[in-house]
Each structure stands twice: as structure tokens, then as C-alpha cells.
Design a protein around this ligand. Structure first.
Ligand code: IPD
Ligand code: CA
Ligand code: CA
Ligand code: CA
Length: 265
């Protein structure tokens, strides 16, 4: 029952981290930019990552940590037990809205996803799964995903990917946007993956995510029979940036075949 023990610690820490973040709402944040003016990081992102690192090092000194803010280990492989952490996913929402962000924690063993936790702090919704034991939102067991016809699907998609930019010819995703019932953009990849797991979204599509954005979500989605690949239908690499297409099973095959196969993703 080793994973249950790790999961219990992880759940306790993620809740504690959420409480710390909520307390910070009254304080003045230090906001910096990273790769560009819209790529934000705050002292709470770093503080939260450091909080997990201290707890993990103290309790499980042999485990490794891969975190977005780079305060953990530099990893070239996923050997042993590795925690993959996004301390605040949706930092822009955290700064501008004080909601619609999540803490994402995935625990992997030799590259295999064992535990996935995504915590929507403000709504107090903890999505959690241990490999092979189903996925939950708080105490509610999430149901296996049912198929959905393309014309009835509501998909998570950021409008960045429907305008021309260096990664995509703007027309490539337009036919899919037209074919589905609706698109939504929440601004937190982890939350959007949790929403697909819970059936609130039928799919989530993005051209570029990092391991800490999807590590927990991949564990969750597998437990409800969802499918996750790159936009080319290839396996997602846990040590690199990837395009990500996560969805209900039948929808996944149909969209890959009818809408995505010609793209240079
Ligand atoms: C970002 C969010 C956003 C997604 C970006 C991510 P961050 O993560 O998940 O929704 O579109 O690609 O980088 O930087 O807020 O942790
Ligand atoms: Ca970031
Ligand atoms: Ca992120
Ligand atoms: Ca982040």
C-alpha cells in the first residue's frame, strides 16, 4: 500500500499549499516575467514549489522532483520515483482573477504515472487518482467517459491556436472549431485536463505544454478511459514540451483522422 501512503501525504500537502495560496490573496504579490511579457511568475509560484520540495525531501529523501520553477532536480531521465509539480498552473488567472488556477502534482515511477492530483484551490475541488483505482473529484468517483459525436462536443482550446503564429498556420484548426458545438478556454491546462476527466469538457487541445502541465492530468484521464496523445497521435513525452490532445475515446480517433492528420504539429 505504498502508493496510498504517498498519496495521503500528497493530498495533505496540496491542501496546505492551497491554504497558503489563499492567504496570499491579501498580500502584495511580487510579479516577474519569464520568456515574454505575458509569461508571469510570482513569489507564490516559487514559494509553493519550495513548500513541496521541503516536504518531499523531508519525508521521501530518495524521491526526485521536477518543478516548473526549477527549484527541484535537473532530470534527464525518469528513473525511480519522480514528483512532477506545477505549483500554480494558470498564473495569469491567479494574478488577474484570483481564481481559475490549480496546483498540479503527478507522481511517476520509472516513467509510469502512479498518482495524479489537480487541486482547484478556490473551488476546493481536488481531482485525484491512484493508477488502477479510478479517478475522483473530492469524494465523488468519476464515471467512465462516454462517446460524443463531434457536432455535440465542447472542447477546451485557447484562441492562440486559431490565429497565425510561429507554431501553426491559422487555418489548420478552423474546420474543427466550426464542426464542434463550442470551444472554451479556461487558462489552466491542468484544470482543463481535470475537466475532461470529469466530463465537463469533451476534449482539450493545445500546441505546446510542458511536463508539469500534463503529468497529473495524464494519470487522471487514463482512469476514466480517456485518450491522451500529441496532435499527431503519438505518445506524450514526459521530459519534453509536447502538443497535447486529450479527449473521450471515440472522439479522439475521429478528430485525429478527420481534422488533425495533415498538420505539422
Ligand atoms: C500555463 C497554463 C495555460 C497554458 C500555458 C501554460 P502556467 O501554465 O496552463 O493555460 O495555455 O501553455 O504554460 O505558466 O500558468 O503554469
Ligand atoms: Ca508558468
Ligand atoms: Ca503550467
Ligand atoms: Ca505554473
Amino acid at each position: 500500500m505504498y502508493w496510498v501512503e504517498i498519496d495521503n501525504y500528497a493530498k495533505q500537502w496540496i491542501k496546505e499549499a492551497g491554504t497558503r495560496i489563499k492567504k496570499s490573496f491579501d498580500q502584495t504579490l511580487t510579479i516577474e516575467t519569464k520568456s515574454n511579457a505575458n509569461d508571469l511568475v510570482t513569489d507564490m509560484d516559487k514559494d509553493t514549489e519550495q513548500f513541496f520540495i521541503s516536504k518531499i525531501n523531508e519525508t521521501f529523501p530518495e524521491h526526485k522532483i521536477l518543478g516548473e520553477e526549477g527549484l527541484g532536480d535537473e532530470l534527464e531521465e525518469l528513473k525511480g520515483i519522480v514528483w512532477i509539480i506545477d505549483p500554480i498552473d494558470g498564473t495569469m488567472n491567479f494574478v488577474h482573477q484570483q481564481r481559475n488556477f490549480a496546483i498540479s502534482v503527478g507522481v511517476y515511477e520509472d516513467g509510469v504515472g502512479k498518482i495524479g492530483l489537480i487541486y482547484d484551490v478556490v473551488h476546493d475541488e481536488l481531482y485525484h487518482a491512484i493508477e488502477g483505482n479510478g479517478a475522483y473529484m473530492n469524494d465523488l468517483r468519476l464515471k467512465p467517459l462516454k462517446e460524443v459525436p463531434i457536432e455535440e462536443a465542447v472542447i477546451g482550446l485557447n484562441s492562440t491556436w486559431v490565429i497565425k503564429n510561429k507554431r501553426i498556420d491559422s487555418n489548420l484548426l478552423a474546420p474543427l472549431v466550426k464542426a464542434v458545438r463550442g470551444t472554451r478556454s479556461y487558462g489552466s491546462a491542468a484544470m482543463e485536463m481535470a475537466y475532461v476527466t470529469a466530463g465537463r469538457l469533451d476534449a482539450y487541445i493545445t500546441l505546446r505544454l510542458s511536463p508539469w502541465d500534463f503529468a497529473a492530468g495524464l494519470v487522471l484521464i487514463k482512469e476514466v478511459g480517456g485518450v491522451a496523445t500529441t496532435l499527431n497521435g503519438k505518445p506524450i513525452n514526459l521530459l519534453e514540451q509536447n502538443s497535447v490532445f486529450i479527449s473521450k475515446p471515440g472522439f479522439h480517433q475521429a478528430v485525429l483522422k478527420e481534422f488533425l492528420n495533415n498538420g505539422e504539429w
